[in-house]
Design a protein around this ligand. Structure first.
Ligand SMILES: [Ca+2]
Ligand SMILES: [Ca+2]
Length: 511
């Protein structure tokens, strides 16, 4: 019981069975995050000792450093040689917290606080990376960062952007910030920050969730340094008021995947400067010339696409795939392969079914069309929605309750998992795999065809468990018992170690 939570290295596996191979992965302790929660904390977040959300390898070539963020505020550097975490930045300046943003909001409603970060594809040269955090715009504090504990941050040119309007009430704002560290060789931040976007949210659930760059794009390619941003719907799609249409409305950025160019100097001939003047928008975005639509939108109709991942098959590097993992409402947790301009149906569809206005599910209608909504009243024809390639439901014991992160494994260390999509479930701690070729075959517009998913078992200290959270008291409707499983993969070609990042309550975990 020594390690209460940590980064766990999935180190090996055994194979048995004939048709669908049963795969058991062996887990080894890797590291434990510093405590940012409270031992006696209550609720879903305070009671967790730390809330690690992403782990990413620094893409500067040394392979020595990992970065990890904690939803409670810190961005850590992890030195693989000394096995030590050091606090590089802290975004949480709420109340008397020592971080940068005094309006940071962290509450018991899951994704909040410091949500995600990603490195610029040219980070090794330019020191740039990007963060997403959640703010409460009604707090009586400045939205300008307070650098008293991070004096290396120069604020001379920092400017807050006008929020991008979302129809309905505003309870939160997701803020996307670009950071430039002028010296990536040391362990501190020194440089500048630039607010790129501030997006209004109707509620505090399903915020802007993740950032991804196409790893197949090289300097000179049209997608080089083009950012994809996953925006949750803020809980709008499940409401029975007019905001229910927000994920479908093309004049709203919530419930969408966005595609933007953070650097105003990049791709100037093939893009347009955004309304707020802080980023560019590629002219070949699907709705760039549709009157009334937001030009930033790449794909739409998504409830909570809280994780993005790109797959590049080394055998077919010119054909990468953008994948999102979407937390569902009534019954279905899903994985979608993202296509330019596609409508993933929410809140008129969920998983392979139709979602009715009372939030119950029924079969997809024979005439499978939904209106293309431009704004509150205007529509522009109809569209056949796109369907997920993986869906599992909320059946206790078999399914789960909130899909976690995932990725296609292309590493060398575990050959049996190569070409497989690995993913987990936040609540139940289950891990699954699916063959990515099956997922591509299921990406056919037919809601009935899906990739088959297979459970991964977990071995630790000689014992084999059914999942990452074998507590018998597991009640998947009880948020306090969520396991908060995240998975991460390091970027080293040919290494690609897998990490599992659970954040659990003391009493209900095995580690
Ligand atoms: Ca530095
Ligand atoms: Ca299908």
């Amino acid at each position: 019981m020594g390690v209460f939570l940590g980064l766990l290295l999935l180190a090996g596996l055994a194979l048995s069975g004939a048709t669908a191979p049963e795969i058991t992965i062996e887990i080894k302790d890797f590291a434990a995050l510093p405590i940012t929660g409270a031992m006696d904390g209550v609720g879903n977040s305070a009671g967790l000792l730390a809330r690690v959300n992403f782990l990413r390898e620094e893409p500067a070539g040394s392979k020595k450093r990992l970065f990890a963020n904690d939803l409670n505020g810190p961005l850590y550097l992890f030195d693989r040689v000394t096995k030590q975490f050091s606090e590089y930045l802290n975004l949480n300046g709420a109340g008397d917290r020592k971080g940068l943003f005094h309006r940071t909001v962290i509450d018991n409603l899951l994704a909040s606080g410091f949500i995600s970060f990603e490195f610029d594809p040219d980070y090794a040269r330019n020191g740039k990376f990007y963060t997403i955090h959640l703010e409460d715009p009604t707090l009586p504090a400045s939205p300008v960062p307070d650098n008293r504990n991070f004096p290396g941050l120069k604020l001379n040119h920092f400017a807050v952007t006008p929020p991008v309007r979302t129809f309905g009430d505003t309870q939160a704002e997701s803020v996307l910030v670009e950071w430039t560290d002028t010296n990536i060789a040391n362990t501190t931040f020194e440089g500048t920050a630039r607010e790129l976007m501030r997006l209004q949210y109707n509620g505090r659930i399903h915020p802007m969730g993740d950032i991804a760059f196409n790893p197949a794009a090289k300097r000179g390619d049209p997608d080089w340094r083009v950012m994809y941003v996953a925006c949750g719907d803020g809980g709008s799609g499940e409401q029975k008021t007019k905001i229910r249409h927000n994920p479908q409305r093309l004049d709203m950025l919530v419930g969408k995947i966005l595609r933007i160019i953070p650097d105003l100097k990049e791709h100037p001939a093939s893009s347009t400067v955004s309304e707020n003047g802080r980023y560019r928008i590629p002219n070949d975005n699907p709705f760039a010339s549709l009157s009334g639509a937001r030009k930033e939108i790449w794909a739409y109709g998504l409830r909570n696409p809280h994780r993005l991942t790109w797959d590049v098959n080394p055998a077919d590097p010119k054909n990468p795939h953008l994948i999102t993992l979407v937390i569902g409402l009534r019954s279905w947790e899903t994985v979608d392969i993202i296509h330019k301009g596609a409508n993933y149906g929410y809140s008129e569809r969920e998983g392979p079914q139709q979602l009715k206005p009372d939030n119950t599910l029924t079969a997809v209608p024979d005439e499978d069309k939904i209106p293309v909504r431009i704004d509150e009243t205007a529509t522009e024809g109809t569209v056949t929605p796109r369907y997920p390639v993986i869906a599992y439901n909320h059946v206790r014991g078999v399914g789960g309750d909130a899909i976690a992160s995932g990725f296609v494994y292309r590493g060398k260390a575990i050959p049996q998992l190569r070409g497989k999509f690995l993913f987990g479930d936040i609540t139940t701690g289950k891990l699954w795999w699916a063959d990515f070729r099956e997922m591509l075959a299921a990406d056919d517009t037919d809601p009935k065809t899906m990739a088959e998913i297979h459970e991964l078992k977990v071995a630790r200290n000689g014992e084999v468990y059914k999942n990452m959270a074998p507590s018998s008291s597991l009640n998947i409707t009880n948020a306090e018992e969520r396991r908060n499983i995240c998975l991460a993969l390091d970027a080293c070609p040919g290494d690609a170690r897998i990490f599992a990042l659970p954040s659990m309550r003391l009493a209900s975990c095995i580690y």
